[in-house]
Design a protein around this ligand. Sequence first.
Ligand SMILES: Cc1ncc(COP(=O)(O)O)c(C=O)c1O
Length: 359
Amino acid sequence: MSIWRWADWIEPVAPEARISLGEGSTPLIRSQVIGPQAGLQNLFFKLESTNPTGSFKDRFAAAAISHMRAAGRSRCLATSSGNTGSAVAAYAAAAQLDCHIAVVETAPQGKLQQMMAYGANVFRVRGFGLDPALSVSTFQTLQRLGQQPDAALQISSYIYSAAGMTGVETISFELHAQQELPIEHVFCPAGGGGLCVAVARGFATLARVGERPQGPAVHCVQPEGNDTMAGPLRRGAAAAQEVTCTTRISGLQVPNINDGHLVVQECRPTGGTGHLVRDDRVWELQGQLARQEGIFTEPAGAVALAGALQAAQEGLVEASAPVVCLVTGSGFKDEEAVARMLDEADCPMIEENQLETVV
Ligand SMILES: Cc1ncc(COP(=O)(O)O)c(C=O)c1O
């Protein structure tokens, strides 16, 4: 079942323009070990890593490329830290659109190769994703190029590509339909902030149409090295802030504000707040998700969990509260991160007659 099951709730697009690779309908599973060990009795993971290109960005790409088709646009320009690029490249390939992607300087090789495999024209921009001024000017140049009559710029944030972002709001509709218990907290990893806004807006729509009285608290979790909105959200500030990015978590290296102001404005009324986590804690939990839960995620997909566990320690989450962590991307995305996770582990070559000694 694709996101189009829900599409008419948000921003309808003509059925003949819709494109789908089977995105959405991702599993919501109960934590077996990590939650109970941390004293969280009802911790759940939403496995966005199972989307067709391996991340939640497929929801964005399905909506964005469908809206492009409906508008008769044939040339897709995009920026990406990796996952948006792969998603947009795949859906552009399926719709037979020309696709050009400007990628942040530090994007992992696996993500670059995936975009190129789908046939996109991919280039990395020096300083993009690290330096806020250069990141903004890259967005602005592409915005100008995207205004040509046959083109459209796709950046997975509301301030640039609102139609595509409506696809991400379907996460909340699915969570509402899948929940075993009424969800009280959703923890979202944040880079540019679009995902947090989409989750908050999805639940706001459910409240508006009378499906539930109010949504859960939507929390924004960022690495300490990219505190554009989590800190401001927590300390009651009115706006997000630009930073110089130092985190090494791919996907969350967004030093400029993007949807940051919207996150501060829209997550606060849900009762959610900001959480800052260390890169090394995220890597540790990436390993634990694999070994204790059987969940293979890239580091960004372990960030929400780092935030939820920290919030539980701080007493911000009750032990019995139903909590969802969004696991946003697959482990296959980032080979270097997997190598770090394996550390000293080895896979020796043995002879058949040694089997009994190694098992
Ligand atoms: C795996 C993953 N998780 C989370 C995010 C953060 O999403 P947003 O930029 O909408 O905050 C990204 C963004 O690229 C991502 O790739």
